[in-house]
Design a protein around this ligand. Structure first.
Ligand code: ZN
Length: 375
């Protein structure tokens, strides 16, 4: 299996690779098309029939899901800017190998390859799965623009829509994913939930002025307020036991010799409970614009128990990262996630890594799961 895994995982190692050693695999680009063709080819070579759904996701089916809903594995192949090799592809590669290793199965089985999971190009995460379930409105999605002003409608050749028939073919969904913190000390773990998550935009206004002539006492510099806010967010996050990040910032006029007149900053916050997120916002004050809100997702307990029973001693852990699995669970599909240990905890960066032995443990676990659920 080590050779099989390395060969399959390595066969896409050059697609979308940048000088940093990371990946740029954005939805509906040449790289994305190559990866989808690769997925189709590898699935067909393993005896699957590959069909797209109306939302633009790919489904590799073994057996006929119209006779009985199937067991679906899967993940995504797109990346964030300069993302790592494992986030997404590890799940796809492991799923293909697990179905192959599982041998003949009684129930239909699929590997789903979700489109535009990261939202790196159009700013909306899990676009493929959310279009599929109807959680994302197609006309709203098609109007989204990338950094070059190209709309999603221009970028993709199809016209997406929700697809209840594709959803009806899913009996349950299991996504294997590289763990993205340092929350896992053994090779494989089982997700319990995805933390609630919000994004807010703060507009801090001041008065733009000359950096060389305006006396300090005369300045109304919003960067000072922003600096306090960043430090406060960190302090509150530590006290409340949550994660808060100001990862995007616009300073206006953004000139080295000008006192800024406006700071626009985006806060990403995730917490064990929704109440803690609201407490953070209250403590920070200001009047931020909420740009997104995702409630907590609790994965199907019955399915998790079944996976626990057939796998030996897998710890359960929550995660702060969103996934297509969360979207499907929210839609009422029994869903589970397996995590593979990430020794450094680095993710969404070129250094993202999982050891080969842990990846193989992931494939073995997923194989056992497929045999349990579909055997
Ligand atoms: Zn991912």
């Amino acid at each position: 299996m080590a050779e099989q895994f390395s060969a399959l995982f390595g066969s896409i190692a050059d697609v979308g690779r940048t000088g940093s050693g990371g990946y740029r695999r954005f939805a509906w680009t040449g790289e994305d098309r190559l990866l989808r063709e690769w997925f189709t080819g590898e699935a067909v070579a393993r005896g699957a029939e590959v069909v797209p759904d109306r939302a633009g996701n790919l489904w590799a089916w073994w057996g006929d899901p119209d006779t009985e809903p199937g067991v679906v594995l899967g993940s995504h192949l797109d990346s964030v800017p300069d993302g790592g090799a494992y986030d997404g592809p590890l799940g796809i590669v492991s799923s293909l190998l697990a179905v192959e290793a599982a041998g003949p199965l009684a129930r239909p089985v699929a590997v789903a390859c979700f489109a535009d999971e990261e939202g790196a190009r159009f700013g909306t995460a899990c676009a493929g799965s959310r279009l599929l379930t109807g959680a994302l409105d197609p006309s709203q999605a098609l109007a989204l623009k990338d950094a070059d002003g190209i709309t999603m409608a221009e970028a993709r050749s199809d016209r997406p829509d929700k697809d209840p028939e594709a959803l009806a073919r899913i009996g349950c969904f299991v996504e294997l994913h590289v763990e993205q913190g340092r929350a896992l000390e053994v090779p494989v773990g089982l997700a319990t939930e995805i933390w609630p998550h919000g994004r807010w935009r703060f507009d801090l206004e001041g008065q733009a002025n000359h950096a060389g002539t305006t006396r300090l006492v005369d300045r109304d510099d919003p960067v000072l307020a922003f600096a306090s806010m960043v430090l406060a967010a960190r302090r509150h996050a530590e006290q409340l036991g949550l994660l808060a990040t100001f990862g995007r910032l616009q300073v206006s006029p953004n000139a080295v010799n000008a006192v800024p007149g406006l700071v626009r900053a985006w806060l990403d916050a995730r917490a064990p409970t929704e109440d803690l997120l609201l407490q953070l916002l209250e403590r920070l004050g200001g009047d931020p614009t909420q740009e997104s809100w995702t409630s907590a997702v609790r994965f199907d307990l019955e399915l998790a128990d079944r996976l626990s029973d057939c796998l030996s001693a897998v710890p359960r852990l929550p995660t702060g990262a969103g996934h297509d699995a969360g979207v499907l669970q929210e839609h009422g599909i029994p869903t589970a996630m397996l995590f593979v240990r990430n020794p450094t905890g680095i993710s969404h960066a070129p250094e993202e890594h999982a050891d080969l032995d842990d990846c193989l443990a992931g494939v073995a676990a997923l194989t056992t799961v497929v045999q349990e659920l579909a055997g």
